[in-house]
Design a protein around this ligand. Structure first.
Ligand code: FA5
Length: 346
């Protein structure tokens, strides 16, 4: 029996040590210590030994059993630590690594310019107004002294939204300019007024490098007592100087818009050639900028303002064209075609 136990220990201990997985270890445990295991079989023969041999054989058996159990428990420990290590390696997450930067958008160059212009005019005491993009025909035309069937309607071809004629207000149109907000604001707040209206406008026309069907304008309106065009010149020089970061000279030429009298075209000195003449200003030294003029008395009347007591001026310029000039963009369509390679430059 002594020999058998020694032999068993000599084969079992190295076998346990070599076990690579918990399953292998379990199989060995059944093989040696299980109900039908090798050590169990030897222990069963203890009872058949003569009484004087029993104590020694009993002690030896216990030692072997303890040695095997100790080897099993040591191996079990080793394997479970290795399994945890393995698991940790698999799921390892280095919290010190720099994170992935999510793509970040930015304000569109047109909105950037609009915000700046709003701030410049706010400092001069102008309120920022808003109006509907889907407008009543009345506010887009008749209220601005452009009666139905008047040839001046051809200056701004529009998109009609419905055919229904809403009596005085006419059909619904996509506004062709921000000027409809003039009468809307006069009706709501009366005189005096000092407002600008930045917003989106629409025209039914063929597109090219400087014309789009959707573009942005900024309307300006100042109504008070003793207002002259000299105030307009000062306000425009102030705004353009702030936008371009250097002094800008403004000039007036006669122009026609049915809602102003007298009407003006306003130009500013070309900033690229300092007024000497270049490609951008077509050799003129001046850049066409906007329409303006003294508000027509019919428009004041439509807005419910007494033209004997109050007068004022209005202007409307293309915000999109101003942004083009500022960033030297040669095609207006680039600003709205959604190409992020272009837009991310600003
Ligand atoms: C008007 O829209 C008048 N409402 C301006 C006005 C307001 C005059 C108040 C008097 C008093 P005009 O059609 O010229 O005017 O347009 C004004 C500006 O809008 C132009 O100078 C130009 O910068 C811009 N604009 C006009 N059409 C387009 C277009 N298709 N694409 C881009 N910009 C345009």
């Amino acid at each position: 029996m002594k020999d058998k136990l020694k032999k068993l220990e000599a084969t079992a201990l190295p076998a346990i040590d070599k076990a690579k997985t918990p399953q292998q270890l379990q199989e060995l445990s059944v093989k040696y210590l299980g109900r039908k295991g090798e050590l169990t079989a030897i222990l069963r023969t203890l009872k058949d030994l003569p009484a004087d041999k029993k104590p020694e054989a009993g002690q030896l058996s216990n030692k072997t059993k303890q040695a095997l159990e100790a080897a099993f428990s040591k191996k079990e420990q080793e394997l479970s630590t290795a399994a945890v290590d393995q698991e940790l390696k698999k799921d390892f997450f280095d919290t010190t690594l720099p994170g992935k930067t999510p793509p970040q958008g930015h304000i569109h160059p047109l909105s950037q310019l609009q915000e700046e212009i709003e701030q410049i005019f706010s400092k001069m005491g102008f309120a920022i107004m808003d109006g509907p993009e889907v407008e009543a025909e009345y506010y887009n035309f008749e209220g601005l002294n452009i009666p139905k069937d008047h040839p001046a309607r051809d200056m701004q071809d529009t998109f009609f939204i419905d055919k229904e004629d809403h009596k005085k207000f006419g059909r619904l149109v996509l506004r062709t300019h921000t000027s409809p907000v003039q009468v809307r604001t006069m009706e709501k707040y009366g005189a005096p007024l000092r407002i600008i209206v930045p917003g989106r406008t629409f025209r039914y026309e063929a597109t090219d490098a400087s014309h789009d069907t959707t573009f942005y304008q900024v309307e300006g309106l100042l109504i008070d007592k003793d207002i002259s065009l000299a105030h307009l010149k000062g306000v425009m020089a102030e705004m353009l100087g702030a936008v371009f970061g250097k002094p800008v000279t403004v000039r007036f030429r006669p122009g026609y818009f049915p809602f102003v009298e007298p009407g003006l075209e306003v130009d500013f000195s070309c900033l690229l050639c300092d007024g000497k003449g270049c490609k951008v200003c077509k050799g003129l030294g001046w850049v066409e900028f906007m329409g303006a003029g003294m508000v027509h008395e019919n428009v004041l009347k439509a807005g419910g303002i007494d033209s004997k007591e109050y007068q004022g001026w209005a202007f409307g310029f293309g915000l999109t064209r101003l942004a083009m000039m500022r960033h030297k963009i040669t095609d207006i369509r680039l600003l709205s075609n959604g190409d992020t390679r272009f837009i991310n430059q600003f």
